[in-house]
Design a protein around this ligand. Structure first.
Ligand code: PGA
Length: 251
């Protein structure tokens, strides 16, 4: 049985006070969340420490949205995997399309970030996905398989077994346009079988989350697909009520 996961990527949103309110809004509604669903929140770096205190190592996991590709040293403005581990924090989102597009993150940087994260006991939530032109020119499977081959396929089986994958078609992120449940299932099944070529039966246990305009009104249909193990939620994770409604969408 694969872990069901709903993770909230807050991106560059909320003040500390608003973040606190959001965390408490989620904690107040935890009784509504099915026991077998793991919730994770990924606030900005400045919010991690107070969020960890509020979550008190309980049922809700804490993720950073990025980490540096160096262990430590003269890298002004960067935050290392060791620092994130010391918060304490358990997860880190890596390879989000916004990082790839606006900050030039390449497969090579992402591989070193993933290795550093794993060496500091952080579970990577590794994001992949194609842009609109790639989907329209029928290149989406090729793009996604290359993102997997260059990064995840270079990990040892033990390391790979810890990773969470998030398929996020870039054309669906923040656009209100969601992949249909058929498109999501088709890609998630492809990702799993591609990973199985290298990692065999381990790929059967890899949680593959869908991301891209996932909201309370479409989560149930997406999560009902056999290879969709949950969601990485942007916009809708900024309201506790919506985030919890998504967490309740598994059948
Ligand atoms: P969205 O973002 O839900 O706002 O589309 C998803 C993401 O970027 O992780």
């Amino acid at each position: 049985m694969r872990q069901k996961i709903v993770a909230g990527n807050w991106k560059m949103n909320t003040s500390i006070a608003q973040g606190k309110e959001l965390v408490h809004g989620i904690l107040d509604r935890m009784a509504e969340v099915p026991q077998d669903v793991k919730l994770i929140v990924a606030p900005p770096f400045t919010h991690l420490y107070p969020a960890a205190a509020a979550l008190e190592g309980g049922a809700v996991g804490l993720a950073a949205q990025n980490c540096a590709n160096h262990e430590s040293g003269a890298y002004t403005g960067e935050v290392s995997a060791a620092m994130i581990e010391s918060v304490p924090c358990q997860y880190v989102i890596l390879g989000h399309s916004e990082r790839r597009e606006y900050y030039g993150e390449t497969d090579e940087t992402l591989l070193s970030k993933i290795k550093l994260a794993l060496s500091h006991h952080l579970i990577p939530i590794f994001c992949i996905g194609e842009v609109l032109e790639e989907r329209e020119s029928n290149m989406h499977f090729q793009v996604v398989s290359s993102q997997l081959r260059e990064v995840l396929c270079n990990l040892s089986p033990d390391d790979f077994a810890k990773v969470i994958v998030a398929y996020e078609p870039v054309w669906a992120i923040g656009t209100g346009k969601t992949a249909t449940s058929e498109q999501a299932q088709e890609m998630h099944a492809f990702i799993r079988s591609f990973l199985a070529e290298t990692f065999r039966e381990l790929a059967e246990n890899t949680p593959i989350l869908y991301g891209g305009s996932c909201k309370p009104s479409n989560a149930a249909e997406l999560f009902a697909q056999p290879d969709v193990d949950g969601g990485l939620i942007g916009g809708a994770s900024l309201k506790a009520e919506d985030f919890i409604a998504i967490a309740k969408a598994f059948i």
